[in-house]
Ligand binder design. Structure first.
Ligand code: GDP
Length: 237
């Protein structure tokens, strides 16, 4: 993952544990499970849902590097998370986007995957938008353990104003970012490089900072899993 912009500040908030632990996903899935892909480094590791938290400074124990997932509502984040770890029921594929304003933590042996709520839900109220901004801005700016951000786009769409706002926030935070283009199965193979180039230019991303994926066809999923493991270990890929 490449770093963009300047480094953000350190953690300033209180270190308190807050929030609900109602389980959005399956509890500690077993290590070996049907359909595991041995070439995917995330399929052969145990994963456990830790909880959903409203506080960007929440203390999780043990402290480990975190890889955050963020993108517009309905971008395919839940389905991609499930494909990445090989557990179809882990993150809930949304019927009603924009409902979650909590950080969902999933623990693997060496790091956490953190599912940030999706942005840009058209029918969200002003209050919900403000709450969202506070949660996500607080997390991206100040979280000491955040090792990298996986930023998702639907490969078919132009960046929205919310995407551009997120671009500013990510650049300002200085976090390493890997941009992931989702739902590649919706385009023809010959269109993929064209859209990748267009979106990279529109978002100011380097081509090697962009991964094309499809949760449906599994395109790019092993590559993304490999990049995540490397980023969590502090390696620049
Ligand atoms: P989220 O709101 O970002 O978590 O998005 P979801 O994972 O809930 O997916 C939103 C919708 O897009 C659902 O109807 C999914 O089935 C669909 N979807 C997600 N990923 C893919 C994909 O790779 N290919 C196709 N064709 N549809 C997808």
């Amino acid at each position: 993952m490449k770093t963009a912009g300047k480094r953000g500040g350190g953690a300033t908030g209180e270190d308190r544990t807050g929030g609900r632990t109602d389980r959005k996903g399956a509890p500690g899935a077993p290590l070996s499970h049907p359909g595991a892909d041995p070439s995917n480094p995330l399929h052969t590791q145990p994963i456990e849902f830790i909880g959903s938290f409203p506080d960007p400074q929440v203390r999780v124990d043990p402290q480990l590097p975190e890889i955050a997932f963020i993108g517009r509502s309905n971008v395919g984040k839940s389905r991609l998370l499930n494909a990445l770890v090989g557990r179809p029921g882990l993150a809930r594929v949304s019927g009603s986007p924009g409902k979650t304003t909590l950080l969902n933590f999933y623990r693997l042996p060496g790091f956490y995957l953190v599912d940030l709520p999706g942005y840009g839900f058209a029918r969200a109220s002003e209050g919900a938008r403000a709450g969202y901004r506070k949660l996500v801005t607080g997390y991206l700016r100040s979280r000491m353990t955040l090792a990298g951000v996986v930023w998702l786009f639907d490969i078919r769409h132009q960046p929205s104003s919310d995407d551009i706002e997120m671009q500013r926030l990510l650049a300002e935070s200085g976090r390493p970012v890997l941009a992931v283009l989702t739902k590649a199965d919706k385009l023809t193979r010959s269109n993929l490089p064209v859209r990748t180039r267009e979106l990279s230019e529109a978002l100011g991303l380097q081509q090697d900072q962009v991964q094309i994926t499809s949760s449906q066809s599994r395109l790019g999923v092993v590559e993304l899993a490999t990049s995540i493991v490397a980023a969590a270990a502090g390696e620049d890929t």
